[in-house]
Design a binder for this molecule. Structure first.
Ligand SMILES: [Fe+2]
Ligand SMILES: [Fe+2]
Length: 246
């Protein structure tokens, strides 16, 4: 069977200047199309498998789906346009795929991988670049809320702390990250559009981990959440077992 013609190549050849003009992609790519893409699903699974090998908590389909729903809801509740919220959802679905390459600099790697995937699907460059910069800025050590889409992904990602992320409950004796995640039996990011506030509400089992351990591990994450919330014109608070801590 012969290969189908490359439409970009055809367009470049017919350009009056002879330069390599590539037709702007113009397909509306929905979060569902991204979530259901076999290619995306492979990358998410392989990224999670790589992290399992080096002892990290779950970063697979459960994590990215949850983050995408939170990111979407944050922007919707705060009155951002539907498409903005959809871009946050797409960015969140793809934000950790770079872990398939390496944990270090995975935010930036994920962004470049997302560019290839979304461009191949036909997303316009002006949307691709917004998704890329949100993904490339999601990590608390080297990222910033550079846009509402980025801020929403940060809030979704950093607030995913939960028992179900721990792969091996036996490890909670030894690993503080696992212990802190395992201790959280309920987590909910409460967005109050009227009060312009975002509050992470956690139920923590103090028998497993003390609140101080939570702070020790998640201080930088909470600061990232506060910065992201501020970018969206809201305050950020943390409530643990009904007590307001920040
Ligand atoms: Fe990440
Ligand atoms: Fe993540």
């Amino acid at each position: 069977m012969s290969k189908p013609p490359n439409p970009s190549a055809a367009l470049a050849a017919s350009s009056p200047t002879g330069s390599a003009v590539v037709a702007p992609a113009s397909k509306l790519i929905t979060p569902e199309m991204v979530a259901e893409s076999p290619r995306v699903r492979i990358f998410i699974r392989k990224a999670d498998e790589a992290l399992a090998e080096i002892g990290y908590t779950e970063h697979g389909e459960r994590h990215v789906t949850l983050v995408s729903n939170i990111a979407f809801n944050v922007l919707k509740r705060l009155g951002y346009p539907e498409r903005e919220a959809e871009l946050a959802k797409i960015a969140a679905l793809l934000h950790d795929i770079g872990n398939a390459v390496n944990r270090d600099h995975h935010a930036q790697t994920s962004a470049v991988m997302a560019m290839q995937i979304l461009s191949d699907m036909g997303m316009p460059d002006l949307e691709v670049v917004r998704v890329m910069s949100a993904i490339g800025n999601h990590h608390e050590n080297d990222g910033d809320p550079v846009s509402p889409v980025a801020a929403a992904v940060i809030l979704g990602d950093k607030s995913d702390v939960h028992r179900t992320r721990v792969r091996n409950p036996d490890m909670i004796k030894f690993d503080i990250h696992d212990r802190v995640n395992y201790a959280v039996t309920k987590s909910f990011l409460n967005v109050d559009e009227g009060a312009r506030s975002i509050v992470l509400e956690l139920t923590v089992d103090n028998e497993i981990s003390q609140v101080m351990e939570y702070f020790e591990i998640f201080m930088t994450r909470m600061l990232a959440c506060r910065k992201a919330a501020k970018f969206l014109g809201t305050s950020f608070g943390l409530v643990v077992n009904g007590n307001r801590l920040t």
